[in-house]
Design a protein around this ligand. Sequence first.
Ligand code: NDP
Ligand code: GDR
Length: 336
Amino acid sequence: MTSTAFLTGITGQDGSYLAELLLEKGYEVHGLIRRSSSFNTGRLDDVYEDPHDPDRRLFLHYGDLSDGVSLINLLRDINPDEIYNLGAQSHVRVSFDQPVFTGDVTGIAAMRLLEAVRAAGVGSRIYQASSSEMFGATPPPQDELTPFYPRSPYGVAKLYAYWATRNYREAYGVFAVNGILFNHESPRRGETFVTRKVTRAVARIKAGMQKELYLGNLDAVRDWGYAPEYVEAMWRMLQHPEPEDFVIATNTAYTVRDFVELAFEHAGLDWREHVRYDPRYERPTEVDALIGDATKAKTLLGWEPSVRTPELARIMVDADIQLLDDELAGRLVRID
Ligand code: NDP
Ligand code: GDR
């Protein structure tokens, strides 16, 4: 029998890779999308199916994590085997500008979804996209037993969602798990996260379209992995016989400066000639160092990352150079 999955955040980086993975595995995939005045389904182009195709397995539904009733109605109609809650206001810096909104969509919405599952009477397994940002100021390495100390409204909101997930597991016996994922990136990463901001700028600087790149704190340490490998871990968590929480990470440490250097070097550029400081990209409270220990995922899920930060930087730079070439070629074709 075909398994059915419901994804919030399907239009985001992780949602698009997870949708691809689940479709490859034969799932019927239902995704929640927000109504937007401009297209927001670009990351799904490769898997998009004509709504008139009777054999299609990808279905997109309008809705919003702030609208609990629509969640109940959708879940009742779809009755999914698996739910992946990936939707969020996911930008840490922006969460300081929109703390209450972030609290609602990134935090309380997880509770809304859990309640919707109960109200709709569906027996779905639930994955909650928890974050290494919950560890915040607690020094590395961080694993499933590390105490939390969030340093942003985003981190605080994710902590609420984390505990809501655990509480529903304990209170109602729901199969609900937290994947505590460390930073993971890809060519589909949002353009305002630091890795993508850097690799996009590298492509434009190399093409002579930009001279300078403004960044904030270059000293922060992060454990950057490759998003397609991380969505595989999400799926494995829901196939595990017991509902348990897992850290997903590469257990390696690079500073933002290291990433910048790797990306510029790959394109044959000297970053010192182009990178400038702008305090607007600093956060009121910073997370200095995140380095994850994913031993539990390796032992129980057989999950291990293969792409490390230097290769990730190369993948992203190459993709952004290619993307820019395609855009420029497209413009030339239109002019002709
Ligand atoms: P993105 O920012 O790329 O995607 C976020 C998704 O959430 C988008 O589909 C967005 O829709 C959707 N969304 C935002 N607000 C709402 C709303 N009110 N109702 C419904 N949907 C909404 O995030 P990622 O793919 O990088 O991350 C996926 C999840 O994992 C997020 O919850 C994030 O916080 C978490 N996470 C991410 C990590 C990472 O390194 N990438 C690490 C740890 C956790 P739209 O396209 O319309 O904006
Ligand atoms: P992060 O990712 O906050 O770790 O959250 P981000 O790429 O935004 O920042 C990483 C580090 O880079 C520093 N930095 C800058 N960041 C941005 N965005 N822009 C800049 O110009 C810049 N200059 C320096 C930051 O201060 C920070 O230290 C990501 C998100 O995907 C979350 O949703 C997720 O939960 C965590 O990763 C794990």
